[in-house]
Ligand binder design. Structure first.
Ligand code: RB5
Length: 149
């Protein structure tokens, strides 16, 4: 899988750990995040990863900021993006199985590196279940279309 990873200044170290981890798992990873601790604006990185996923340059994305919240809100403004903040492995699995999330996000100030790796693995190992969930995703797409008019 090709994975787009992005982060702000709050998550540089965790980004490096997660980048190395997904490569260890055998995936290709592209770094769209900042690599310095200088204060920056998370919407820029949320957008970069979201566009990479929406345009098919990546199969899925991982976003990390202080909480995972701001950067996921920004990513969700890009058409077709379903970014979910996950602070536990059950949510990470379920957001792929039920919501077919194409980006997961978490907070470097919220989860430790080991839990973050488990969250990433739970998400990457899971598969969208389809079925009744398809209809709900179609409703989200419809909502998105209505909002754009
Ligand atoms: C940066 O201080 C912080 O606001 C950001 O990383 C993130 O937590 C926002 O949601």
């Amino acid at each position: 899988m090709r994975i787009a990873i992005g982060n702000d200044h709050a998550a540089v170290e965790l980004k490096e750990q997660i980048l190395a981890y997904v490569q260890e798992l055998g995936h290709d990873a592209d770094n769209y995040g900042t690599d310095t601790l200088e204060s920056c604006d998370y919407p820029e990185y949320g957008e970069k990863v979201a566009r990479a996923v929406a345009e098919g340059r990546a199969d899925c994305g991982i976003l990390i900021c202080g909480t995972g919240v701001g950067i996921s809100i920004a990513a969700n403004k890009v058409k077709g993006i379903r970014a979910a903040v996950c602070s536990d492995t059950a949510t990470a699995r379920l957001t792929k199985e039920h919501n077919n999330a194409n980006i997961i996000a978490f907070g470097a100030r919220i989860v430790g590196a080991e839990l973050a790796k488990e969250i990433v693995k739970a998400y990457l190992d899971a598969e969208f279940l389809g079925g009744r969930h398809e209809k709900r995703l179609a409703l989200i797409d419809e909502l998105e279309e209505r909002e754009r008019k």
